[in-house]
Design a protein around this ligand. Sequence first.
Ligand SMILES: Cc1ncc(COP(=O)(O)O)c(C=O)c1O
Length: 404
Amino acid sequence: MNDIAQLRSDFPIFDVAVDGNPLCYLDSAATSQKPQAVIDVIKNYYSQENANVHRGLHTLSQRATQRYEMARETLAEFLNVTSREIVWTSGATESLNLLAFGLTASFIGREVILLSPFEHHANIVPWQEAAKRTGARIEILPITEQGILDLPASLKMIEQLRPAVLSIAQASNTLGNIHPIEPLIEACKKLGTITVIDGAQSLLHLQPDLTKLGCDFFVFSAHKALGPTGVGGLFGRYELLNALPVYKTGGEMIATVRFSDSTYRDAPEKFEPGTPNISGVIAFSEAIKYLQAIDKVALHQYEQKLYRELLQQLTAIDGVTVHGDTNNNIGIVSFSYKNEHHYDLATLLNSFGVAVRSGHHCTQPLMAQLGLDGTIRASLAFYNNNQDINRFINALEASIDILD
Ligand SMILES: Cc1ncc(COP(=O)(O)O)c(C=O)c1O
C-alpha cells in the first residue's frame, strides 16, 4: 500500500514559491496539479515521438497511433467499460455539448430534460439549447433546506415526469456533495430515461466503476484528474453511443466522402474528426496509470481524514458557515464568513499564498437557490497535507483579523 502523504513529492509545483510564499493549493476542484510522470510524457512526446495518428505508415506515426489507442484501453479499464465506448473530446464541456446535441433525437414522445440544482453551467446551458431546438422543457430535482438532494422527492419526480434524459453530476463542484446517483439511475432505467453522469469532479476522488453504476453516459475532463488541460472524453453504452448523430465532421471520422454525400465510421471514431490532442490523450492515460498504482481505499481514507480535519478547524471559527452536505463529500468546503464578501476574503488569503476559489463556481442557479451570491471554496486532493490545512486556517484567521 502506498504511503499517500509521500506522493506529494511527485508534484513539482509544490517546490515553487508563489509571490514569495510556499504554495498552499486548495483549488483542485478548478484543476488538479500534475505529477512529474505526466509532465514528462508531454515533454518526451514532443521531443522524441511527435507524429500524427491514424495517417502514416512510418514508424513514429504508427507508434503515436498505438499509444493513442492504448490510452483508450487504459481509460476503459479504469472505468470498467470497453474501449470502443470511450470517445476523446476536449473535456467535460464538449462531451456535454455532444450529448445534449445528439440525444435530442430521442426526445420523440418525451419532453422533459431533468437536471439537478447543483449542476455546473456546462451541464445546464447545452441542455437549454437542446430544449430550444426540440421544444422540450427543463425540470429541476428538489433540494432540502440543508442544500442536499432530496432523494425520495427526486424519485417521485422521475416517476411522474418520465423524462427523456436525466443529467446530473456525481459530485458537486461547488459544495462537494456526493449525489445518490445509484437509485436515480435505477429509477431511470425502469422508465427508459437516458442517464448522463457528469464525472468532472468524481473521476479523481471516487474513481467510479461505470459497469456497476449502470449509467448510459459519463463525461470527464483530464485536467481535474491529474492530466493536462484541453482533453477529456465521454463513455457511452455502445448501442446508444453509436446511434447518436455526428456532432462535428471532418477528416478521419468518415468511411467514404464524395462531393454528393459522405458516410461515417462507427463510434468512437465518428465523434473524433480532425487531428486530436494526441499528447494530451497520452498524458491523460499516464495520469490514470498513476492513479491506478495508488490504493483506492487508502487514497479515499486519506482525503476524507484531511477533509474532516479541515472541516473541524474551519467550523471552530466563530462566524463561519459551511454550506452543503458534509457527510457525503469529495473533499470540498464551501463557506461564508459573516457578511463579508467572498472576493475580499479570497484576495486576502491569496496574499498569504493560499489558493482558493471564490464566487459562484459556475453554478449561478444553485447560488440563487441557496440564497447566496457566492462562497469561498477550498478543495482538497490527496497531495494536500495537514500543513496545508494549518496554513489555510492561520491565513484565514489573519484575514478575518484584518477585516473585522
Ligand atoms: C461538475 C463540473 N462539470 C463540468 C465542468 C466543466 O469542465 P471543463 O471546464 O473541464 O470542460 C466542471 C468544471 O469545473 C465541473 O466542475
